[in-house]
Design a protein around this ligand. Structure first.
Ligand SMILES: *Cc1c(COP(=O)(O)O)cnc(C)c1O
Length: 359
């Protein structure tokens, strides 16, 4: 069976964890500080980064630090992982769900424009599957209405838009370091910050609102990353470029060899990092996934089968036709860096057979 995702953890990660455990200092300390610095330099062109215990925490703290709260609205896609809207809702603000564009599955700037009200505080695009959202289009809407821009870059480490890395556009951006993401720290998240004020608030909120011990300045959480996790993340960071190149090569092989399916188009002057390689199967997607698994040993994923606005946790009566079509048709093939040439060929043959048979 070829798995849909496969975290890669090696001897170097184990040695790094051992080094921290032997030091006797395991909570947030020098490893976290070094990881923040290295991630900033390597991923977001030197923008200051703050490490936290999950991507969701990073998004939540970023929003709080940006002043988002009760009475505010933040425009988000419905076609994403629920963490995007959860982090908005947990600030007391209201997530406003809008439609996406079908090609890249990211926020449609025209739909965003149409959803702006006097309560709108910001826009949170998701660089879904590792493809950048339309940042020029979204920035124009944000500028026109004086809105904040917050990036959900959970899936898009080192992707770029018009020559500029994702995570350098928004007031803040969040990267997830969950095991199935393009790199991991076990669990973890990184917040890249546009300015020193926002950075300071994220640091305070991460640690009970304290800079000086026991002189709490605001009401905060404990969302600290441990040095154990940071040590794993630092090793993974050194491998990110190689893994990304491997994902891109795997995707290029699929692009060249899949027949009769809609392969994921890359927008002009964008670098896609293929967290997922997602095709659309118009006719019986779930049947195709079952046949791939049972007849060909190919695991796949559906991200995401239920749009957020229809989840029991949100239940909004909205008509988002492109979102509905994507939820019905998307199928993510394995594209992770541990695939062999044999695996790639198996996947291509399987998809070409199954999808043609279904058509
Ligand atoms: C993974 C993910 C998150 C949340 O990150 P965690 O580290 O799991 O908390 C948020 N948004 C998107 C789009 C994700 O894929």
């Amino acid at each position: 069976m070829i798995p849909a995702a496969k975290p890669i953890i090696g001897d170097e990660e184990r040695a790094a964890v051992d080094r921290v455990l032997r030091s006797g200092m395991v909570a947030q300390g020098p490893e976290v500080a070094a990881f923040e610095q290295e991630f900033a330099e390597h991923v977001v062109e030197g923008r200051t980064c703050v490490a936290v215990n999950s991507g969701t925490s990073g998004q939540h703290l970023g929003l709080l630090a940006a002043g988002v709260g009760p009475g505010d609205e933040v425009i988000v896609p419905s076609f994403t992982f629920a963490a995007t809207a959860n982090s908005v809702a947990l600030t007391g603000a209201t997530p406003v769900f809008v439609d996406i564009e079908l090609d890249q599955f990211c926020l449609d700037p025209a739909a965003v424009e149409a959803a702006v009200t006097e309560r709108t505080k910001g826009i949170m695009p998701v660089h879904l599957y590792g493809h950048p959202a339309d940042m020029d289009g979204l920035q124009a809407v944000a500028d026109r209405h004086g809105l904040g821009l917050y990036e959900d870059a959970a899936q898009a480490h080192a992707a770029s838009y018009h020559g500029r890395r994702v995570g350098t556009f928004g007031d803040f951006a969040m990267f997830s370091l969950y095991p199935t993401k393009n790199m991991t720290s076990g669990e973890g998240g990184m917040v890249s910050c546009a300015d020193a004020d926002l950075e300071r608030r994220v640091r305070l909120l991460r640690n009970q609102g304290m800079e000086k011990q026991y002189e709490n300045e605001l009401v905060g959480l404990n969302n600290r990353m441990t040095d154990i996790h940071a040590a794993i993340g630092r090793v993974q960071l050194t491998k990110l470029d190689g893994w990304t190149a491997q994902r891109q090569q795997n995707a290029a092989f699929f692009d060249a060899n899949l027949e009769g399916v809609v392969v994921p188009p890359v927008a002009a002057d964008c670098v896609h990092v293929y967290h997922q390689y997602t095709i659309r199967v118009a006719d019986d997607r779930d049947g195709a996934a079952k046949a791939l698994r049972e007849e060909h040993g190919v695991g796949t994923g559906v991200y995401y089968p239920i749009p957020n606005h229809r989840l029991p946790s949100f239940q909004r009566d909205l008509d988002l036709p492109v979102t509905e079509q994507a939820a019905r048709e998307v199928l993510s093939l394995p594209v992770h860096p541990s695939l062999s040439q044999d695996d790639l060929e198996t996947i291509v043959t399987a998809v070409n057979t199954v999808v043609r048979a279904g058509a």
